[in-house]
Each structure stands twice: as C-alpha cells, then as structure tokens.
Design a protein around this ligand. Structure first.
Ligand SMILES: *Cc1c(COP(=O)(O)O)cnc(C)c1O
Length: 228
C-alpha cells in the first residue's frame, strides 16, 4: 500500500531543499499533482491533505473524474490537446500548459470567448528538439507570441516543457536553463495579454534540478502516487 501522505511530505521537503539551495522561496513554487490514471478516490485522498492543484493529460479522463470529487480543486490540462476537445474543457480548467500550435491557441481563444472567460495558457516548448515531443521550436516563440498577442480571450502566463527522460537529472539542467533564458527574454513583452509569470518544468525524475533553474510550477505524478 502506497502511503501518499508520506510521499507528499517527501516531495515537499525536497522542493523546500531545492528552494533553499537556490535562494528561492518555497511559496514561489507550485506543486501540481499529476493524477493521470489515478482514481478519483486517490485524488480526493490527496486533496484531503491540502493539495489543491491537479494535472491531467487526457480530456476524457479529466471529464470523467472531475465531477466525482467534491473538494475544491484547480485543474490543469498538461497533455497534448486536440482542437476538437477544447470546447469540452474550456470552462473546467484553470490553466492549459500544453499549447503547442497557433491553431490550438486560436481555438482556445474562440471557445473562451463563447463562455465569456479569459483562458490562461502556457506555451509548450520542445526544448530538446525531440521528434517524439510536442511543443513549438524555441526559435518560433517570438513569432508565436506576436500572433497570440492579438487574441483577446487568452492570456499567456508563461512557458512549459517536458524534458527528455534521462537517468541522471543533471543532464536536463541545460534544457531548464534554456527555458529560463527564453522566459526572461520574453518577460518584458509589452502585449496586454502576455504576462510571463510561470515556468512549468520538472517531473518526478528532475523537479529538484528544474527548481534550481527557476521552475515556478513542478508537475509530479509518480513521486506522490507511486508508479503508474
Ligand atoms: C505524466 C506527466 C507528468 C508527471 O510525470 P511523473 O514522472 O509521474 O512525475 C508531468 N507532466 C506531464 C505533461 C505528464 O504527462
């Protein structure tokens, strides 16, 4: 039996240690518990321990579990999102981390307008240029932001990446550092709807390194819930 309370304590203490090591404040790093494949009971159990932010990577799964949980949860869409599914989650998630094309951004803008909200999004960057990963190329970011700046019902809150799977998390430091640089380079953009506040990077295997390099959101699944 996996002790999620104990796991949560461990993850939080590691986040704290990574913050201490890099002179950052614990309060400035948000933990998103990645609950994909986990039952609504497990999610409720974690919510009971005070976790508020949960991330799902599949629309269908999010739609199924969401109504089964009575706690006040902030949902994050963290997986690849098809344009035809935007409509079904637009009013159900607080932040979409995985915006990886203008076509998707445009659809989010359209659907957000229909429900009269402003949707907060992160732009996913394929930071290591991996074939298997989604996200825009680093060199495409400026152009992407220039276009998105004209969309009235979305606000860009920052950047997100999925680093490569590596044995030694130190190998990903270079990618997290590049993400941080892109984040800083675009922070002063003057568009009304671009407000770079978040860097969503780091998973169970590498969140400590990600925090040392400036992550403000870490997405941790296995580290809390155990192996999927
Ligand atoms: C599954 C997933 C995570 C969490 O992965 P773990 O290794 O279990 O912590 C984070 N981000 C995304 C986008 C995911 O799909």
């Amino acid at each position: 039996m996996i002790d999620i309370a104990r796991n949560l304590e461990i993850v939080e203490s590691k986040i704290r240690a990574a913050c201490d090591k890099s002179g950052r404040r614990f309060a400035d790093v948000k933990l998103v518990a990645v609950s994909k494949t986990q039952s609504s009971e497990r999610i409720s159990q974690l919510a009971e321990l005070g976790v508020v932010d949960f991330g799902e990577n599949r629309v269908q799964e999010l739609l199924e579990k969401r109504p089964q949980i009575s706690h006040d949860i902030t949902w994050h869409m963290i997986g690849h999102l098809q344009t035809n599914k935007v409509k079904s989650i637009i009013d159900k998630v607080a932040l979409i981390h995985s915006v990886d094309s203008l076509r998707l951004a445009k659809e989010i803008d359209k659907q957000a307008k229909l429900v009269e909200k402003t949707m907060e999004i992160l732009v996913e960057i394929n930071i290591a240029g991996e074939e298997s990963k989604h996200g825009i190329e680093p060199g495409e970011l400026s152009e992407f932001l220039t276009e998105v700046a004209t969309y009235k019902n979305i606000v860009v809150k920052g950047l997100m990446c999925l680093a490569p799977y590596v044995e030694n998390p130190e190998e990903n430091r270079v990618y997290f550092r590049k993400m941080r640089q892109m984040f800083v380079d675009n922070k002063s953009l003057s568009a009304n709807n671009i407000s770079m506040e978040h860097l969503s990077m780091g998973m169970t295997n590498d969140y400590e390194v990600a925090i040392e390099e400036g992550a403000s959101i870490v997405r941790v699944g296995t580290g809390i819930f155990g192996a999927r």
